[in-house]
Ligand binder design. Sequence first.
Ligand code: NDP
Ligand code: PMR
Length: 401
Amino acid sequence: MALHATFSLPSAISSPKDGKYAAVHAKDTSLAGLSVRDHLRDDLLLPATFTKGFKKRDVPFFVVRAQTATTAPIIKDLQPEQKKTERQFNVVITGASSGLGLATAKALAESGNWHVIMACRNFLKAEKAAKSVGIPKESYTVMHLDLASLESVRQFVDNFRRSGRPLDVLVCNAAVYQPTAKEPSFSAEGFELSVGTNHLGHFLLARLLLDALKQSDYPLKRLIIVGSITGNTNTLAGNVPPKANLGDLRGLAGGLNGVSSSPMIDGGEFDGAKAYKDSKVCNMLTMQEFHRRYHEETEITFASLYPGCIATTGLFREHIPLFRLLFPPFQKYITKGYVSEEEAGKRLAQVVSDPSLEKSGVYWSWNKNSSSFENQLSKEASDAEKARKLWEISEKLVGLA
Ligand code: NDP
Ligand code: PMR
């Protein structure tokens, strides 16, 4: 009960905010969104060593070895011989400057097979983060992306196209969580910030990069959108109030602007924790709608996942200090849902690169032995009609329809 009270009650004492959640365009310290290093290295990486002619069923020798689809254990250490690559594959990871995104970037870069494009709103933070975890210089490029600005998303896509890199995998990972906010804040285009960033920014990014993914001849090309257990009301965690609920999407259809419409997707009163959970439902619905619309035609694998409860990440930076103190031991010793950033990074890296996780339209989770399995989404998070409606409203909001 005590824990419940601590975790459920918002507090007037909010933690210092080290993230920039206001809808401000972060200054681009790069050259046209690309680091100077990137320009210097282009000739070393691509496209000279690019290998043409992969076929769908070819599993390249340098990709991590095949495992049984539903019980694949986590790749612990990649063998040195697997580091020999014909070419490095390119993965764009949004929000790779901390937490899950950074740990995934590290796991993939360490394999030697991947060049990671760290798509981040804070260029210097991302550079420092990459260095601090020891990602080799030649294995990453930082590119500026602020998902809270659709203009920035479009700019990122242009910059990426101009870099000439093929796109093999896109990981939509970045997110904001504002559990203690009393009032909504808004993205550059005036959408409530959590849904604006976590869903609408990624929706536009994924739609605009789909052509680049289609063009890749990597046989295991993928589009991954990170989901979560807390958006799934078929779980205990998903039943902790406030529960995710998109309702009939009337707030979203109204533009989520808090003026002529509610800032919440279901049209209700603002609640930061609910807005985050709703955005995760959108992420999981979007992945499935991509699958229905594009998997057959493009052979791209669309996937989502719950990586485990990574209770130590920056996601909780806006929560009250007591929450941040108690949440990790609560998850470690009571729910046993805790997973370290390193382990979670290996899980997401597995969804990126493991040939056995090729099935499209799947929401992956891991059991106690860290073996992956196809998990069931809640009724709402697997509602095909809602996914279609979400898609159609979202494309209007981001200017695609
Ligand atoms: P972190 O806060 O550590 O990482 C979030 C990342 O998103 C940061 O790099 C942050 O950038 C970036 N970001 C935030 N806003 C923007 C923006 N406007 N534009 C670009 N990047 C942005 O949290 P986690 O690593 O925990 O979260 C990663 C993903 O994992 C999220 O999708 C989350 O929903 C999911 N998840 C997390 C769980 C957990 O227990 N932690 C559980 C289940 C899912 P910056 O460094 O500049 O702040
Ligand atoms: Mg939860 C079965 C257990 C379980 C799991 C796996 C999670 C994951 N949580 C569980 C249970 C509970 N949580 C219970 C019983 C409570 C009441 C005490 C509880 C509370 C709680 C709070 C207040 N949990 C939280 C919060 C948050 O603020 C986190 C959140 O909802 O962020 C959106 C959170 C989380 N619990 C999780 C996970 C993974 C989160 C974090 C983030 C996320 O889903 O992305």
